[in-house]
Design a protein around this ligand. Structure first.
Ligand code: FHN
Length: 462
């Protein structure tokens, strides 16, 4: 989408958002103050780790010797595999090693993430918890409650817990094959004359609600419920979404949910135009960063590290640490959160190329994290040399392109520069800064240049 269109959509979104009342999400109408309090930790977090892990991890992106590209957590659909064949083939490959979840949690902490969202059930329908509703679950396949192991490990590391839940379920015999606008592996089987015969969507929806109730009622407080995903044809009413969201809130009054019970991914224009807090707390641009952010809307960009969410043994197209760091900065400067994906192997091991990159991001965050966590969007306007984030009375100048004269101009709208320093400089030696017709200039110290993004703090007086 070009910037002009984004601006138009943003304007439409702002007009509509300001006209929208804060609708009741719980038994009583939540005030905007209560909503702000509930959203506070999430808005401050700015960085999260996404984990796609399920039976598909064992296929490693290959089916019957044929390697598949794209998001290979979809391999059942790509290869058109019926549910029983898929379950039988995947079962022996899924062998989680002891302590895998503690390693995930440690890595998330080390990378500077404040929360982790993990796939409790992806489109394949396999449940990582001990579900009484099905034997297609971790307890029956491994004898363990993997959901519990993951939640316990994340909490022990002080991380917020996010649960991804797919409303698409390719295993359940009542999930429709056709006419939902959603994919299904049996759509690749034209020889099956009427694949929807005997399938009753309402029975699936009952099952799905009861599965969700298991999750939200058994494992203590959960912080995020990350729904995935709806189509134009199948959304909202099809899932009995208001009832489902009320059920979740009954057990988890402070939980934060995305809006994918109503939306397909990347209908960003729609999300802006009709963003409605009754349909979810935040919206989720996928695999891209909105050019000008999404002001007045809580948003989170989710992105893969290579070309797939689930593990592939033949996708080595990793994003660089520089890209991860600059994306983190770029997204924070636009007021969003960045949810970066890792796809572990079937035994739960996170591949080394991911670990290395997350550690590099973490090393940067260790020095510069205060310029990301708890910040808000750039309040002064874009700059040619990098990005800006803000805290009250303070701007963080993220320099991507170090100027030859070591000086950056900051287009302050009001106020005057008080004091500046390089964030990597523990002694906080003041930088030369001055008010100018354009706002302010700050002279950077080359000794504290960072190859990914150098950061100076600038205090501004009213
Ligand atoms: O189909 C899924 C995909 O596998 C992955 O889980 C992403 C993450 O946002 N969501 C869906 C596509 O939007």
């Amino acid at each position: 989408m070009n910037s002009a269109n984004e601006l138009r959509l943003l304007f439409a979104g702002l007009v509509l958002a300001s006209a929208l009342p804060v609708l009741p999400l719980t038994a009583h109408a939540e005030t905007s103050h209560e909503r702000d309090a509930r959203m506070k930790w999430w808005r401050e977090a700015r960085l999260g780790m996404f984990v796609h892990w399920g039976l598909y991890s064992g296929a490693e992106g290959v089916w019957d010797g044929k390697p598949y590209g794209g998001g290979v957590e979809w391999i059942q659909d790509y290869a058109g595999v019926p549910a029983d064949v898929y379950a039988a083939r995947m079962r022996p490959l899924f062998k989680p090693k002891p302590g895998f979840a503690r390693a995930w949690a440690r890595l998330a902490r080390e990378m500077g993430a404040e929360y982790v969202v993990f796939t409790s059930k992806h489109h394949e329908g396999f449940a990582l918890w001990d579900s009484k509703m099905t034997d297609f679950d971790a307890r029956d396949f491994t004898g363990r409650d993997l959901f519990k192991e993951i939640v316990t490990a994340l909490r022990a590391e002080g991380l917020r817990v996010g649960v991804y839940f797919s409303v698409i379920d390719w295993h359940h015999p009542d999930f429709p094959v056709n006419n939902t606008g959603l994919p299904h592996p049996l759509q690749k089987h034209p020889e099956i004359a009427n694949p929807d015969a005997g399938r009753v969507l309402s029975r699936y929806v009952d099952f799905m609600h009861r599965q969700v109730e298991e999750i939200v009622s058994r494992y203590g407080p959960l912080d995020v419920l990350w729904w995935d995903w709806s189509s134009q044809e199948t959304q909202g009413d099809s899932w009995r979404a208001p009832e489902l969201m009320a059920l979740v809130r009954k057990h988890q009054p402070r939980i934060i949910m995305n809006n994918r019970l109503y939306h397909s991914p990347n209908v960003e224009g729609d999300n802006l135009g009709i963003f409605d807090v009754a349909k979810g707390d935040f919206t989720t641009p996928e695999q891209h960063i909105p050019a000008i952010g999404m002001r007045n809307v809580d948003w989170e960009a989710c992105m893969t590290l290579n070309g797939t969410w689930g593990y592939s043994n033949h996708d080595f197209d990793w994003k660089s640490a520089q890209t991860l760091i600059r994306n983190t900065v770029d997204i924070a400067s636009k007021g969003g959160n960045y949810l970066i994906n890792a796809g572990p192997l079937a035994d739960g091991t996170i591949p080394e190329p991911i670990v290395v990159r997350f550690h590099e991001l973490g090393a940067w965050m260790k020095t510069y994290g205060e310029s990301i966590h708890g910040t808000t969007a750039n309040p002064v306007g874009s700059v040619p040399w990098g990005r800006i984030t803000a805290k009250p009375g303070r701007l963080f100048l993220h320099v991507f392109d170090w100027p030859k004269d070591h000086r950056v101009t900051v287009p302050l709208k009001s106020g005057r520069p008080l004091r500046a320093w390089m964030l990597a400089d523990r002694a906080k030696v003041p930088l030369a800064c001055a008010a100018t017709a354009e706002g302010a200039t700050v002279s950077l110290k080359p000794a504290f240049q960072n190859p990914y993004a150098s950061v100076a703090a600038l205090e501004v007086a009213d």
